[in-house]
Design a protein around this ligand. Structure first.
Ligand SMILES: [Fe+2]
Length: 310
């Protein structure tokens, strides 16, 4: 396939070029319109303060990361480390906090220390993914949305509810869940959550529909097969940290996961990181992934929204 901007390759800009865009009051939508993501090469971002400052110059502010996928270290200034995740394991395509009613609209990802090998970040434009998916799958997802069942429990794969909701007590978690439209079921040592979300979302300045969900990312079929089998054998379905289905309750199958990942593969661009680089993403439109790496890669992430609400 020939590389096109937004399909297999990303626009790359220098910091000076990006800051030219920063002249207006709300520069990011125009910056991201061509592909849903832009790589700012050699932006000179060496830490959290510099990343937060760049976000500010682009008219963005940091937003909270309630209910993360995995624990991150707080680097200050609204900036977080990469998630606690084995360097040897890939992380497949996802939208950050894509289970929220309104996920963070933007994401700034910066490389503080490049890996020795591997560790590329994949980026896939959900607008380009959508027409590549089987019609029946898209119709069902568009009509019914998707359901996420997430279990929080200490000692299993995943997080305890106390880790996912630090500084929150039971009442605060219940208030958060009510605001997010999440059904809760408390057990003696676990919390079961269930929510329905749209599978397609309108993106960008013109509201173009994009595939934007975590149906595949949170599917039990995305887990390492040996781990999945072990959890189900040892603990039953309650051992699975995540399960997804279509919003009408019909299963999102292993074949569906394969179809979605094949579409992602066809349109993915890959960032080979250098220290100081910053990737600016439309987090609703573009999914991102991570490859295994060696060495001591260090990333910093800022979940962002417009500083002045649109
Ligand atoms: Fe991520």
């Amino acid at each position: 396939m020939t590389d096109q901007i937004g399909v297999n390759s990303l626009p790359e800009l220098s910091l000076a070029e990006v800051l030219t865009h920063a002249g207006g009051p709300d520069p990011v939508p125009a910056l991201l319109e061509p592909a849903g993501a832009v790589l700012v090469r050699d932006a000179g971002v060496a830490g959290a303060p510099a990343l937060a400052a760049l976000a500010g110059r682009l008219g963005l502010r940091a937003v909270d990361q309630t209910e993360p996928f995995a624990a991150r270290r707080d680097l200050g200034d609204g900036v977080w480390s990469q998630p606690a995740w084995p360097a040897t394991a890939p992380m497949c395509m996802h939208h950050e906090l894509g289970w929220q009613r309104e996920p963070p609209p933007y994401l700034l990802v910066s490389c503080l220390r490049a890996p020795a090998t591997g560790g590329r970040t994949g980026v896939a434009d959900g607008r380009a993914v959508l027409p590549l998916l089987p019609d029946a799958l898209v119709r069902r997802a568009a009509r019914h949305g998707w359901i996420l069942v997430r279990r929080y429990a200490a000692g299993l794969i995943g997080m305890s509810w106390q880790e996912a909701f630090p500084d929150m007590d039971v009442a605060a978690v219940e208030a958060y869940a009510a605001g997010e439209g999440i059904d809760l079921s408390w057990g003696p040592d676990h919390l079961l959550t269930r929510r329905t979300r749209p599978a397609l979302r309108r993106t960008g300045q013109d509201g173009v529909l994009a595939w934007s969900n975590l149906l595949a990312f949170c599917s039990e079929w995305t887990m390492d097969p040996a781990v999945r089998t072990y959890l189900i054998t040892a603990l039953g379905r309650a051992g699975l940290p995540f399960e997804t289905s279509f919003g009408d309750g019909s299963p999102f199958t292993a074949a569906d996961v394969e179809a979605v990942n094949a579409a992602y593969d066809r349109v993915s661009a890959h960032v080979t990181w250098r220290a100081g680089d910053v990737l600016v993403l439309d987090n609703i439109r573009a999914a991102h992934s991570s490859e295994p790496f060696t060495g001591s890669r260090e990333m910093a992430v800022l979940h962002a929204a417009p500083a002045v609400p649109r």
